[in-house]
Design a protein around this ligand. Structure first.
Ligand code: HMG
Ligand code: MG
Length: 298
Protein backbone atom coordinates (compact mmCIF):
# COMPACT_ATOMS: atom_id res chain seq x y z
CA UNK A 1 0.00 0.00 0.00
CA UNK A 2 1.24 3.51 -0.80
CA UNK A 3 1.71 5.97 2.09
CA UNK A 4 -0.03 9.30 2.71
CA UNK A 5 3.21 11.04 3.60
CA UNK A 6 6.87 10.64 2.65
CA UNK A 7 9.82 12.38 4.31
CA UNK A 8 12.34 13.69 1.78
CA UNK A 9 15.94 13.97 2.95
CA UNK A 10 17.56 16.63 0.77
CA UNK A 11 21.22 15.76 0.18
CA UNK A 12 22.14 18.29 -2.54
CA UNK A 13 24.26 20.57 -0.36
CA UNK A 14 26.38 17.59 0.69
CA UNK A 15 26.21 14.74 -1.86
CA UNK A 16 25.68 17.28 -4.66
CA UNK A 17 28.44 19.73 -3.87
CA UNK A 18 31.03 17.14 -2.75
CA UNK A 19 31.23 15.97 -6.35
CA UNK A 20 31.61 19.30 -8.13
CA UNK A 21 34.92 19.80 -9.95
CA UNK A 22 35.24 23.38 -8.79
CA UNK A 23 34.99 24.68 -5.25
CA UNK A 24 31.64 26.38 -4.77
CA UNK A 25 31.78 29.61 -2.71
CA UNK A 26 30.58 29.22 0.87
CA UNK A 27 28.03 32.00 0.32
CA UNK A 28 26.36 29.95 -2.45
CA UNK A 29 26.17 26.88 -0.18
CA UNK A 30 24.57 28.95 2.57
CA UNK A 31 22.07 30.50 0.17
CA UNK A 32 21.24 27.04 -1.22
CA UNK A 33 20.48 25.62 2.23
CA UNK A 34 18.36 28.63 3.22
CA UNK A 35 16.44 28.45 -0.07
CA UNK A 36 15.82 24.73 0.55
CA UNK A 37 14.40 25.36 4.01
CA UNK A 38 12.10 28.00 2.48
CA UNK A 39 10.81 25.28 0.09
CA UNK A 40 9.45 23.36 3.07
CA UNK A 41 12.14 20.65 3.26
CA UNK A 42 12.38 19.34 6.80
CA UNK A 43 15.70 17.54 6.54
CA UNK A 44 18.60 19.20 4.72
CA UNK A 45 21.97 17.48 4.86
CA UNK A 46 24.23 20.50 4.95
CA UNK A 47 27.88 19.39 4.72
CA UNK A 48 30.54 16.86 5.80
CA UNK A 49 33.15 17.01 8.53
CA UNK A 50 35.49 14.65 6.64
CA UNK A 51 39.15 15.16 5.87
CA UNK A 52 39.59 18.31 3.72
CA UNK A 53 42.37 16.46 1.91
CA UNK A 54 39.91 13.80 0.83
CA UNK A 55 37.00 16.11 0.00
CA UNK A 56 38.26 19.70 -0.44
CA UNK A 57 34.86 20.70 -1.84
CA UNK A 58 33.36 20.58 1.68
CA UNK A 59 36.34 21.92 3.67
CA UNK A 60 34.20 24.92 4.69
CA UNK A 61 31.67 22.90 6.73
CA UNK A 62 32.19 25.09 9.83
CA UNK A 63 31.58 28.28 7.86
CA UNK A 64 28.47 26.80 6.24
CA UNK A 65 26.96 25.91 9.62
CA UNK A 66 27.89 29.35 11.00
CA UNK A 67 26.21 31.07 8.05
CA UNK A 68 22.89 29.28 7.61
CA UNK A 69 19.68 30.48 9.21
CA UNK A 70 18.35 27.46 11.06
CA UNK A 71 14.63 27.25 10.55
CA UNK A 72 12.82 25.82 13.59
CA UNK A 73 11.74 22.22 13.04
CA UNK A 74 14.29 21.62 10.27
CA UNK A 75 17.00 18.99 10.78
CA UNK A 76 20.45 19.87 9.33
CA UNK A 77 22.58 16.70 9.49
CA UNK A 78 26.26 16.50 8.56
CA UNK A 79 28.44 13.53 7.61
CA UNK A 80 30.99 12.47 10.22
CA UNK A 81 33.57 9.71 9.52
CA UNK A 82 35.35 9.58 12.89
CA UNK A 83 35.75 11.21 16.31
CA UNK A 84 37.72 14.11 14.82
CA UNK A 85 34.78 14.84 12.54
CA UNK A 86 32.36 14.51 15.45
CA UNK A 87 34.27 17.07 17.54
CA UNK A 88 34.35 19.49 14.61
CA UNK A 89 30.64 19.01 13.96
CA UNK A 90 29.67 19.57 17.59
CA UNK A 91 31.86 22.69 17.83
CA UNK A 92 29.94 23.98 14.79
CA UNK A 93 26.62 23.42 16.62
CA UNK A 94 25.54 20.31 14.71
CA UNK A 95 22.82 18.27 16.44
CA UNK A 96 22.29 15.54 13.88
CA UNK A 97 25.00 13.47 12.20
CA UNK A 98 25.39 10.70 9.64
CA UNK A 99 28.05 8.00 9.79
CA UNK A 100 28.80 6.04 6.63
CA UNK A 101 30.08 2.66 5.60
CA UNK A 102 29.36 0.21 2.78
CA UNK A 103 28.22 -3.30 2.00
CA UNK A 104 31.35 -3.74 -0.13
CA UNK A 105 34.85 -3.94 1.37
CA UNK A 106 36.49 -2.66 -1.81
CA UNK A 107 34.43 0.54 -1.90
CA UNK A 108 34.90 1.20 1.79
CA UNK A 109 38.68 1.02 1.43
CA UNK A 110 38.63 3.57 -1.40
CA UNK A 111 36.12 5.88 0.31
CA UNK A 112 37.24 5.94 3.93
CA UNK A 113 40.45 3.90 3.93
CA UNK A 114 39.00 1.29 6.28
CA UNK A 115 37.43 -2.15 6.22
CA UNK A 116 33.76 -2.44 7.17
CA UNK A 117 34.75 -3.75 10.62
CA UNK A 118 37.27 -0.96 11.15
CA UNK A 119 34.72 1.68 10.16
CA UNK A 120 32.19 0.31 12.62
CA UNK A 121 34.83 0.30 15.39
CA UNK A 122 35.47 3.99 14.56
CA UNK A 123 31.77 4.75 14.86
CA UNK A 124 31.39 3.08 18.26
CA UNK A 125 32.84 5.96 20.36
CA UNK A 126 31.13 8.50 18.09
CA UNK A 127 27.77 6.82 18.71
CA UNK A 128 28.39 6.68 22.46
CA UNK A 129 29.08 10.42 22.57
CA UNK A 130 26.14 11.13 20.29
CA UNK A 131 23.77 9.23 22.54
CA UNK A 132 25.05 10.92 25.68
CA UNK A 133 24.68 14.32 24.00
CA UNK A 134 21.26 13.66 22.46
CA UNK A 135 22.57 13.86 18.87
CA UNK A 136 20.53 12.06 16.23
CA UNK A 137 22.51 9.56 14.13
CA UNK A 138 21.74 8.31 10.64
CA UNK A 139 23.81 5.49 9.16
CA UNK A 140 24.52 5.15 5.46
CA UNK A 141 25.18 1.81 3.82
CA UNK A 142 26.67 2.37 0.35
CA UNK A 143 26.87 0.03 -2.66
CA UNK A 144 23.65 -1.80 -1.73
CA UNK A 145 22.91 -2.75 -5.35
CA UNK A 146 26.40 -2.90 -6.82
CA UNK A 147 29.97 -1.74 -6.32
CA UNK A 148 32.25 0.00 -8.83
CA UNK A 149 35.19 -2.17 -7.73
CA UNK A 150 33.68 -5.46 -6.56
CA UNK A 151 30.72 -5.67 -8.99
CA UNK A 152 27.74 -7.55 -7.57
CA UNK A 153 27.06 -7.15 -3.84
CA UNK A 154 25.23 -9.99 -2.07
CA UNK A 155 22.00 -8.88 -0.38
CA UNK A 156 23.13 -10.80 2.72
CA UNK A 157 26.05 -8.32 3.07
CA UNK A 158 23.65 -5.37 2.90
CA UNK A 159 21.46 -6.97 5.57
CA UNK A 160 24.43 -7.74 7.83
CA UNK A 161 25.90 -4.21 7.70
CA UNK A 162 22.49 -2.52 8.09
CA UNK A 163 21.72 -4.69 11.10
CA UNK A 164 25.04 -3.81 12.71
CA UNK A 165 24.51 -0.07 12.25
CA UNK A 166 21.04 -0.33 13.68
CA UNK A 167 22.25 -2.39 16.65
CA UNK A 168 24.95 0.23 17.24
CA UNK A 169 22.19 2.81 17.70
CA UNK A 170 21.59 4.49 14.34
CA UNK A 171 18.08 5.93 14.34
CA UNK A 172 17.79 5.60 10.59
CA UNK A 173 19.65 3.55 8.00
CA UNK A 174 19.86 4.94 4.46
CA UNK A 175 20.41 2.29 1.80
CA UNK A 176 22.58 3.79 -0.95
CA UNK A 177 22.71 2.71 -4.56
CA UNK A 178 25.94 4.67 -4.88
CA UNK A 179 26.48 4.07 -8.59
CA UNK A 180 22.84 3.90 -9.65
CA UNK A 181 22.92 0.42 -11.14
CA UNK A 182 19.82 -0.95 -9.36
CA UNK A 183 16.54 -1.88 -11.03
CA UNK A 184 13.10 -2.01 -9.36
CA UNK A 185 12.67 -5.71 -8.64
CA UNK A 186 16.19 -5.99 -7.21
CA UNK A 187 15.80 -2.77 -5.22
CA UNK A 188 12.55 -4.01 -3.72
CA UNK A 189 14.00 -7.43 -2.89
CA UNK A 190 17.00 -5.80 -1.18
CA UNK A 191 14.71 -3.54 0.90
CA UNK A 192 12.49 -6.49 1.74
CA UNK A 193 15.48 -8.47 3.01
CA UNK A 194 16.83 -5.58 5.12
CA UNK A 195 13.40 -4.88 6.59
CA UNK A 196 13.38 -8.44 7.91
CA UNK A 197 16.15 -7.38 10.34
CA UNK A 198 15.72 -3.60 10.72
CA UNK A 199 12.23 -2.08 11.16
CA UNK A 200 10.96 -0.50 7.93
CA UNK A 201 10.24 2.76 9.77
CA UNK A 202 14.00 3.07 10.42
CA UNK A 203 14.92 2.67 6.73
CA UNK A 204 15.48 5.18 3.92
CA UNK A 205 16.44 4.75 0.28
CA UNK A 206 19.15 6.74 -1.53
CA UNK A 207 19.28 6.29 -5.29
CA UNK A 208 21.82 7.75 -7.67
CA UNK A 209 20.34 7.99 -11.14
CA UNK A 210 23.21 6.85 -13.36
CA UNK A 211 21.08 4.41 -15.35
CA UNK A 212 17.85 6.44 -15.13
CA UNK A 213 16.25 3.87 -12.82
CA UNK A 214 15.88 5.92 -9.65
CA UNK A 215 12.19 6.92 -9.84
CA UNK A 216 11.17 3.38 -10.76
CA UNK A 217 13.27 2.05 -7.88
CA UNK A 218 11.70 4.55 -5.47
CA UNK A 219 8.21 3.57 -6.58
CA UNK A 220 8.99 -0.12 -6.03
CA UNK A 221 10.41 0.65 -2.58
CA UNK A 222 7.36 2.77 -1.63
CA UNK A 223 5.19 -0.22 -2.48
CA UNK A 224 7.42 -2.32 -0.26
CA UNK A 225 6.82 0.10 2.61
CA UNK A 226 9.67 2.64 2.80
CA UNK A 227 8.65 6.12 3.95
CA UNK A 228 11.91 8.09 3.73
CA UNK A 229 13.53 9.00 0.41
CA UNK A 230 16.84 10.82 -0.16
CA UNK A 231 17.15 13.11 -3.17
CA UNK A 232 19.12 16.06 -4.39
CA UNK A 233 17.88 19.34 -5.82
CA UNK A 234 18.71 19.67 -9.53
CA UNK A 235 19.93 16.05 -9.49
CA UNK A 236 23.43 16.95 -8.36
CA UNK A 237 25.55 14.37 -6.61
CA UNK A 238 28.05 11.57 -6.78
CA UNK A 239 30.88 10.28 -4.69
CA UNK A 240 34.44 11.25 -5.64
CA UNK A 241 35.52 7.72 -4.62
CA UNK A 242 32.87 5.87 -6.64
CA UNK A 243 34.02 5.61 -10.23
CA UNK A 244 31.15 6.22 -12.66
CA UNK A 245 28.62 7.51 -10.13
CA UNK A 246 26.46 10.36 -11.38
CA UNK A 247 23.93 12.51 -9.58
CA UNK A 248 21.22 11.58 -7.14
CA UNK A 249 17.64 11.44 -8.27
CA UNK A 250 16.40 15.04 -8.47
CA UNK A 251 14.26 16.25 -5.57
CA UNK A 252 11.99 18.09 -8.00
CA UNK A 253 11.28 14.84 -9.87
CA UNK A 254 10.60 12.84 -6.71
CA UNK A 255 8.34 15.59 -5.35
CA UNK A 256 6.43 15.79 -8.65
CA UNK A 257 5.92 12.01 -8.70
CA UNK A 258 4.77 11.91 -5.07
CA UNK A 259 2.40 14.86 -5.50
CA UNK A 260 0.95 13.19 -8.58
CA UNK A 261 0.22 10.11 -6.47
CA UNK A 262 -1.44 12.20 -3.74
CA UNK A 263 1.42 11.68 -1.28
CA UNK A 264 2.21 14.62 1.05
CA UNK A 265 5.77 15.91 1.32
CA UNK A 266 5.27 19.40 2.74
CA UNK A 267 7.35 20.75 -0.15
CA UNK A 268 6.45 23.74 -2.35
CA UNK A 269 7.29 22.28 -5.78
CA UNK A 270 7.33 25.64 -7.59
CA UNK A 271 9.86 27.05 -5.13
CA UNK A 272 11.94 23.88 -5.38
CA UNK A 273 12.02 24.17 -9.18
CA UNK A 274 13.16 27.81 -8.86
CA UNK A 275 15.86 26.70 -6.41
CA UNK A 276 17.02 23.92 -8.73
CA UNK A 277 17.19 26.31 -11.69
CA UNK A 278 19.07 28.84 -9.54
CA UNK A 279 21.57 26.16 -8.44
CA UNK A 280 22.14 25.02 -12.03
CA UNK A 281 23.02 28.62 -12.94
CA UNK A 282 25.42 28.85 -10.01
CA UNK A 283 27.11 25.61 -11.09
CA UNK A 284 27.14 26.71 -14.71
CA UNK A 285 25.58 23.50 -16.00
CA UNK A 286 22.15 22.31 -17.09
CA UNK A 287 19.85 20.88 -14.45
CA UNK A 288 19.45 17.10 -14.34
CA UNK A 289 15.83 17.46 -13.22
CA UNK A 290 13.39 16.57 -15.98
CA UNK A 291 10.61 18.41 -14.12
CA UNK A 292 12.64 21.62 -13.91
CA UNK A 293 13.53 21.36 -17.60
CA UNK A 294 9.88 20.83 -18.53
CA UNK A 295 8.67 23.73 -16.39
CA UNK A 296 11.41 26.09 -17.48
CA UNK A 297 10.85 25.20 -21.13
CA UNK A 298 14.46 24.04 -21.51
P1 HMG B 1 42.87 8.58 6.56
O1 HMG B 1 43.84 9.29 5.67
O2 HMG B 1 42.93 7.10 6.67
O3 HMG B 1 42.77 9.23 8.02
O4 HMG B 1 41.41 9.01 6.07
P2 HMG B 1 43.79 9.51 9.16
O5 HMG B 1 43.04 9.34 10.43
O6 HMG B 1 45.08 8.77 8.94
O7 HMG B 1 44.06 11.07 8.96
C1 HMG B 1 44.77 11.61 7.85
C2 HMG B 1 44.72 13.13 7.91
O8 HMG B 1 43.36 13.58 7.82
C3 HMG B 1 45.23 13.70 9.22
O9 HMG B 1 45.79 14.98 8.92
C4 HMG B 1 43.99 13.91 10.04
O10 HMG B 1 44.12 14.93 11.00
C5 HMG B 1 43.00 14.33 8.98
P3 HMG B 1 47.38 15.18 8.74
O11 HMG B 1 47.96 14.68 10.02
O12 HMG B 1 47.76 14.34 7.54
O13 HMG B 1 47.50 16.65 8.52
N1 HMG B 1 41.62 14.00 9.34
C6 HMG B 1 40.62 14.90 9.40
N2 HMG B 1 40.60 16.23 9.22
C7 HMG B 1 39.41 16.86 9.40
N3 HMG B 1 38.26 16.21 9.73
C8 HMG B 1 38.25 14.88 9.92
C9 HMG B 1 39.48 14.18 9.77
N4 HMG B 1 39.80 12.87 9.90
C10 HMG B 1 41.11 12.77 9.63
N5 HMG B 1 37.12 14.25 10.25
C11 HMG B 1 39.10 9.50 6.49
C12 HMG B 1 40.25 8.51 6.70
C13 HMG B 1 37.83 8.79 6.93
C14 HMG B 1 39.33 10.74 7.33
C15 HMG B 1 39.05 9.89 4.99
O14 HMG B 1 39.07 8.71 4.23
C16 HMG B 1 37.84 10.69 4.62
O15 HMG B 1 37.67 11.82 5.07
N6 HMG B 1 36.99 10.15 3.76
C17 HMG B 1 35.74 10.81 3.37
C18 HMG B 1 35.31 10.37 2.01
C19 HMG B 1 33.98 11.00 1.70
O16 HMG B 1 33.56 12.00 2.27
N7 HMG B 1 33.27 10.40 0.72
C20 HMG B 1 31.99 10.90 0.29
C21 HMG B 1 30.91 10.68 1.30
S1 HMG B 1 30.23 9.04 1.26
C22 HMG B 1 29.05 9.09 -0.03
O17 HMG B 1 29.01 10.02 -0.77
C23 HMG B 1 28.04 7.97 -0.16
C24 HMG B 1 26.65 8.38 0.33
O18 HMG B 1 26.14 9.48 -0.40
C25 HMG B 1 25.69 7.18 0.18
C26 HMG B 1 25.73 6.56 -1.20
O19 HMG B 1 25.53 7.24 -2.20
O20 HMG B 1 25.98 5.34 -1.25
C27 HMG B 1 26.67 8.78 1.80
MG1 MG C 1 25.21 9.37 -2.35
Amino acid sequence: MLPNHVRIVEVGARDGLQNEKTIIPTSVKIELIDRLSACGLECIEASSFVSPKWVPQLADAEAVFAGITRKPGVDYPALVPNMQGYERARAAGVTSIAVFTAASEAFNQKNINASIDESIERFRPVMERAHTEGVRVRGYVSTVLGCPYQGAVPVSDVVRVSKRLHALGCDEISLGDTIGVGTPVKARAMLHAVSGEVPMKALAVHFHDTYDQALANIYACLEEGVRVVDSSVSGTGGCPYAKGATGNVASEDVTYMLQGMGIETGIDLDKLIETGAWLARQLGKPTSSRVTRARMGE
